[in-house]
Design a protein around this ligand. Structure first.
Ligand code: NIG
Ligand code: FE
Length: 417
């Protein structure tokens, strides 16, 4: 039995047993920090934690690994509840086009954007796609990501979508990170269906969904509900069809326009509604009392120079919110969750603790893994990160671009140090 003890921890973040599955409103400013703490791990689970004063000392040293974390903080690893981390190629060309004055939407209308990624993905074989994605997500683990949701959506054909989802399934098997798969066939209409949207809807509903279900390839269903992409009716239909296969919605809504997607998603039991750069009072009303996690993607706002979500307004309504990276080659080419907390503090006027809650406990909820991840609680997976010696947790968002994480432990095993 593998045992690990981390002692003399300067601050143990998100430590407790009686958490609800997410934090909301004013609770989001509470880090549940135990100062001068210890944490004990057995195999892949957390078995005890508390103040050093309450620690009973070591009676059995056999097979025990001891880590002295003096001056360091320990946190649950980041959960990144929204990514497009499987892709074939980066898109720096479009980045330069935007610098020259074209908008993201204009580039997409010219056949770039998601359709550009779909063309690249078609050309890459499954093995290469898998190897590159594994390396890519393990690079994110260096910055503290321990759980990640990954969407399809660059396939846009039966073979392409299945190829992406099979890659995600292989990532689940190959990586110690916790991974959830989301079917996003409704990311954009492929060129050949531009004038035949019904044909593509049929393809998703009658060909893709049954095969995905047969192979057990997806945990959730997504749709990009936006002008020039999918209408509210189309998203609603997809959520209903997904429900037949027990796929819970996690959807892209309100990135550029408000189309009523939040209320529809809430009504269909969505786990999360993501983007929300645009948000009105009706949207906030729809979220009240729901089980749906509003999720902002500030990396996308930063990279596309579009509005940041109104997280303060959501908090004022006593609602929760989550922050995810949206890691993808077009609108957010960074999955660094530490950098994300910096952007959220400086651009959304959030406190460091609010951003750390929004990227751990609340994103664990938004990817359906609250039972096992997102907090330091007895019985949960030992997915934790140890910082470098730092003065306070605020250092993580403060020193933007810096990697403040020294050690990452996934399922009780040191992943890197
Ligand atoms: O979440 N908005 C839709 N989809 C992605 C971007 C995809 C891309 O540009 O490749 C997003 O921002
Ligand atoms: Fe996205």
């Amino acid at each position: 039995m593998a045992k690990m003890l981390i002692k003399n921890i300067k601050g143990l973040f998100q430590a407790g047993e009686d958490f609800d599955s997410f934090k909301k409103g004013e609770e989001m400013n509470n880090g549940n920090i135990i100062e001068n703490a210890f944490l004990a791990i057995e195999d892949d689970k957390i078995i005890a934690f508390g103040s050093m004063e309450d620690w009973g000392g070591i009676t059995d040293w056999r097979d025990l690994e001891v880590i002295d974390a003096e001056g360091k903080f320990v946190l649950p690893t980041f959960c990144d509840s929204h990514t497009h981390a499987v892709f074939a190629a980066t898109r720096e060309g479009e980045f330069e086009d935007r610098i020259k004055g074209l908008s993201y939407e204009e580039i997409a209308l010219k056949g770039g954007g998601i359709l550009n990624s779909a063309r690249q993905l078609q050309k890459m074989d499954e093995d290469t796609l898998f190897e590159e994605a594994l390396e890519r997500i393990h690079n994110l683990a260096k910055y503290g990501t321990g759980a990640i949701e990954i969407k399809s959506g660059y396939g846009l054909s039966v073979e392409g979508e299945l190829k992406m989802l099979r890659v995600i399934k292989r990532l689940k098997e190959a990586s110690p990170m916790e991974i959830k798969a989301t079917f996003l066939g409704a990311h954009a209409f492929p060129k050949e269906y531009k004038e035949n949207q019904e044909g593509y809807m049929d393809l998703m509903i009658n060909e893709m969904l049954p095969q995905i279900s047969e192979e057990g390839l997806a945990d959730y269903i997504d749709c990009f509900c936006e002008r020039n992409y999918f209408t509210l009716d189309q998203m609603t239909r997809l959520m209903q069809e997904g429900a037949k296969y027990n796929l819970i919605p996690k959807v892209h809504v309100n990135q550029f326009s408000i189309m009523g997607g939040i209320k529809a998603a809430v009504d269909h039991g969505a786990l999360s509604v993501d983007h929300l750069e645009e948000l009105n009072d009706d949207d906030i009303e729809a979220l009240k009392g729901s089980k749906t996690m509003p999720t902002f993607l500030p990396g996308c706002s930063f990279f596309l120079s579009i509005p940041y979500g109104k997280a303060k307004q959501v908090l004022a309504a006593d609602l929760p919110f989550a922050l995810a990276s949206d890691f993808n080659p077009g609108s957010a080419p960074s999955g660094n969750m530490q950098l994300l907390t910096s952007i959220a503090c400086t651009k959304m006027n959030l406190t460091p603790i609010e951003t750390l809650n929004a990227t751990t406990i609340n994103t664990a909820y938004a990817m359906g893994i609250s039972e096992t991840h997102g907090t330091i609680s007895v019985g949960k997976k030992a997915n934790i990160m140890i910082t470098k010696p730092i003065s306070s947790l605020a250092r993580i968002p403060y020193s933007f671009g810096e990697n403040n994480i020294e050690t990452v432990i996934l399922n009780g095993k040191t992943f890197l140090t």
